[in-house]
Design a protein around this ligand. Structure first.
Ligand code: MSP
Length: 656
């Protein structure tokens, strides 16, 4: 029988400090998918939680003068509170110090030991306290831990080992047989690369004399479980594996294998090699897909507690509201890539898309209907070609949004959603409802407003996945509540004649009020050198505004500018910042153009777009890919938008 369950997990977070933006990110990403799948009618289990064992947690507890358990009980609270504030609808929150977890870890250890998958041995090697693992001599970088850059010490100790090596071939085969097992594809290749080296067995204990904090090994008093061996098991202990409770065990049977483990790219080896081989030894299949996302950086450096460069997500929620924070997280950078956080880009993105495009559409639709049509949903009259174009767009965007979000292309999905807002605003501009009202053409006015109200319904429904307050708020203005997708599926959602004629609507307050400057709490939180930061900004804007030397008409005439249409777009194989586009400018074959716009656009958003191409730029290779032209764009280093035309223009048309 087909099972309509959907199981998604986040990593469980170490409780060795307050949560930061990186922790908030994965949980928000998982939440959006969980909400979408619930909307599609699936029985969702969304799991998150905290990882409470290991050396780092132990040391932090000691440094605070608390027992490790007291420390964990305290520090798990802000994680949970943050996820609640971020409107994350997790179904379970596991803590690895809970008996429901420790019991299962011990049961698994005992079984693997009894089966001969775990054996005792002694080992000598370079140990990194910060990474909590041994490294081979040739893995060290400048004699230091390759993961953390911290010093290592030579240690010899007895321990227990899991026979990971004996499952390595099966693991390799699994990756080959399941192309979707590790995503994005670059990460899959990374793991395949790792497997070219010989896989060893995994040390899964720590002597209590060195680390007393961990799950005791059931058959030997002298050891606790290695934190990763314990932590990964949360993905099966939480849903109910070996819980000895028939109901939760049955739930586990329904849910496993998980659909998605979301994780940061730094913990891919543990989630792929360690976890899959552990599951093989237990006789279970691995999750369907591990998706390793990129890192949020701060001026190019990974945000991390140890580097002290983290952004506090609670501050962002206070300043901008949870919905906008969630939107920014998922829209700003492609999920698999790294990206820099800055309040300036937050403001630009927020104002351009939430306040201007979407907020404006909603406000115009609702207030014009209120003003000229008595604040109720008008009937649909004759449908013109312009109206039909909106129908076609909605019919295209809705399934595209579904495909993209289900493939974790949040950026693309939200980009698709924003095309509805853009088209809606453009439709209002061309239909000119104010003129229709003036001329007393009420039937046509009603039809026009009905179409934009319907677009708001579609946009509000899709938006609810990422903005769980604002999406339903928009629907509420239309007199609707968010309901799971009906029997008519996505096709019905995309129809533009769903609202009920005569039902009341209300404009109310703007959904996303425009932000004219950074909120005061943000300004107050910015680094201690307030003089330096604005200075830098000033310099930038000066640079932008500085007039260039005058050119003659002839100078300008040397530019061959052409209208083009993007026919294909994809990532650059060797640079996260760049996209490779195929642009039709009316020649025999499309031009290959490399553009530094990956932080602004997902490839899918660009296909079909009309652009302006500098066609006589001398071709050049950019990081190994030929670029035969350049696109005109607004913005400096940070591209805001591409130059385009309001109406379709034939590829190759000269631009002056
Ligand atoms: N406890 C382990 C995970 C065990 S899962 C069985 C752990 N915890 S962590 O708190 O250090 O990191 C948790 C997650 O946060 C990881 O996926 C990590 O990639 C992510 N992030 C930490 N800093 C990050 C950024 N700056 N940006 C994005 N995510 C990052 O590892």
């Amino acid at each position: 029988m087909a099972q309509d369950t959907f199981f998604i997990t986040t990593p469980i977070y170490y409780v060795n400090g307050e949560p930061h933006l990186g922790h908030a990110y994965t949980t928000v990403a998982a939440d959006a998918i969980a909400r979408w799948q619930r909307f599609r009618g699936r029985d969702v289990f969304f799991l998150t939680g905290t990882d409470e064992h290991g050396q780092k947690v132990y040391q932090t507890a000691l440094s605070r003068g608390l027992t490790p358990q007291q420390h964990c009980d305290e520090l798990t609270v802000p994680f949970r509170a943050l996820f609640d504030r971020l409107l994350c609808s997790y179904d379970d929150y596991i803590r690895t110090t809970e008996p429901r977890h420790t019991r299962v870890v011990q049961a698994i250890l005992q079984t693997l030991y009894d089966n001969g998958d775990i054996y005792a041995d002694s080992y000598e090697g370079w140990y990194s306290t910060t990474a909590e693992r041994f490294w081979a001599e040739d893995e060290l970088v400048d004699g230091k831990c390759p993961d953390t850059g911290q010093p290592v010490e030579w240690l010899a100790e007895d321990n227990y080992y899991f026979k990971m090596a004996s499952y390595a071939d099966r693991f390799r085969q699994w990756i080959h047989d399941h192309p979707d097992f590790i995503e994005p594809v670059a990460r899959r290749n990374e793991v395949l690369g790792l497997l070219k080296k010989e896989v060893g067995d995994l040390c899964i204990t720590r002597p209590k004399s060195r680390l007393p904090w961990g799950i005791p090994i059931p058959w030997d008093d002298g050891f606790v479980t290695y934190v990763w061996f314990d932590a990964l098991i949360n993905y099966i202990s939480a849903p109910g594996y070996r819980s000895q409770d028939p109901e939760t065990e049955a739930r586990f049977e329904r849910l496993w294998p998980a659909d998605y483990h979301l994780l940061g790219k730094d913990i891919l080896t543990t989630h792929s090699l360690y976890w899959a081989t552990m599951l093989f030894a237990m006789g279970l299949p691995p999750a369907r897909t591990l998706y390793a996302h990129g890192w949020w950086t701060n001026t190019g450096v990974k945000m991390s507690k140890s580097l002290g460069n983290v952004v506090d997500p609670n501050l962002l929620i206070d300043a901008y509201g949870a919905d906008a924070v969630r939107y920014f997280f998922l829209r700003e950078i492609p999920f698999g890539n790294d990206g820099d956080f800055s309040h300036d880009s937050f403001l630009v993105r927020y104002n351009a898309e939430l306040a201007n495009d979407l907020g404006n559409l909603a406000h115009r639709a609702l207030s014009m209907t209120g003003k000229w049509l008595g604040g109720t949903v008008p009937p649909v009259g004759d449908v013109t070609a312009d109206d039909q174009a909106l129908w076609d767009l909605a019919a295209d965007v809705v399934p595209r949004f579904a495909d993209l979000i289900e493939a974790l292309d949040y950026r693309g999905a939200l980009g698709a959603l924003m095309t509805l807002a853009g088209a809606g605003n453009k439709y209002i501009d061309t239909q000119q409802p104010w003129a229709l009202n003036k001329r007393g053409e009420t039937t046509r006015l009603g039809t026009v407003m009905r179409h934009v109200l319907e677009l708001c319904r579609v946009a509000g429904t899709l938006l609810s996945t990422v903005c769980p307050t604002k999406g339903p708020e928009l629907l509420g203005k239309l007199g609707l509540t968010l309901a799971p997708l009906g029997a008519g599926g996505l096709a019905d959602l995309a129809r533009l004649d769903v609202l009920v004629h005569g039902s009341p609507i209300a404009a109310g307050d703007p959904l996303f009020p425009r932000l004219t400057e950074l909120p005061d709490i943000v300004k107050a939180s910015l680094p201690d050198q307030p003089v330096q930061a604005p200075k830098k900004k000033k310099k930038k804007s000066k640079k932008k505004a500085a007039p260039k030397e005058p050119i003659t008409f002839d100078d300008f005439g040397r530019l061959d500018l052409r209208a083009g249409v993007v026919v294909e777009a994809g990532p650059h194989p060797d640079a996260d910042r760049l996209l490779v586009l195929q642009v039709d400018i009316g020649e025999e074959r499309p031009r290959s153009i490399v553009a530094g716009i990956a932080s602004r656009f997902a490839p899918a958003e660009l296909v079909g777009r009309t652009v302006v191409v500098v066609a006589n730029l001398v071709p050049a290779e950019l990081r190994g890919v030929l670029s035969e032209g350049m696109l005109l764009a607004a913005g400096g280093k940070r591209v805001v938008d591409l130059a385009t035309f309001a109406d379709p223009v034939t590829p190759g048309t000269v631009v002056r």
